[in-house]
Design a protein around this ligand. Sequence first.
Ligand SMILES: *Cc1c(COP(=O)(O)O)cnc(C)c1O
Length: 229
Amino acid sequence: MSIAGNLLKYKKEIESDGVQLVAVSKFQQADAVLEAYNAGHRVFGENLVQELVEKQAQLPQDIQWHLIGHLQTNKVKYIAPFISMIESVDSLKLLAEINKQAAKHNRVIDCLLQIYIADEDTKFGLGFDEAIELLRSEEFAGLKNIRITGLMGIASNNATEKQTVDEFTELKVFFDGIKMSFFRKDDAFKEVSMGMSGDYKLAIEAGSTMVRIGSSIFGKRVIKHYKAQ
Ligand SMILES: *Cc1c(COP(=O)(O)O)cnc(C)c1O
């Protein structure tokens, strides 16, 4: 099926569950993004700053870009003028830098705390205790140009279905606790971003509000020249 066809199929299925679809366009050409855009989609996810900045300049300005990959503090300045959501916040230092750069543009940038739920060493994210420590810190309380709107997590690669469900459930339970403890009166804190092409159905069953789907919409990732950061 075409990109537009895939997009519409996933959009219909996922949005009918009340879940938001982030179309992950990393390593895809701008033309591919435009095809999905012309089919009516507006929310796209990228994981490299350089690639994101190039695409943002070329593509329609009403696209809502989500950064979903590890972000180095020295690169925040390049995306601060336009980024719609940073899903991959994994330290207070990074959050403080996002706040600083957002302030320069008179913006409040929506952020998710990336929580480490996978059973492997390769994924970034905060541990449960680290996330709580961050939210309790005085420094966090002083950050006025960021808004935490939820949590994000990535399940283990090649896990059994049971393990994947357990990891997603852990994140949802943690979200509920954090909501109660820190954001009870804050309606903006509502997102649990979990689920990708291979596991989005399990994620939605476990309480996901936002899924990030790339290869099932766009096919194989094609651009090779973006250097890893
Ligand atoms: C690449 C990526 C996705 C999308 O993965 P697919 O398996 O292609 O759907 C989702 N989330 C993150 C953080 C990613 O890096």
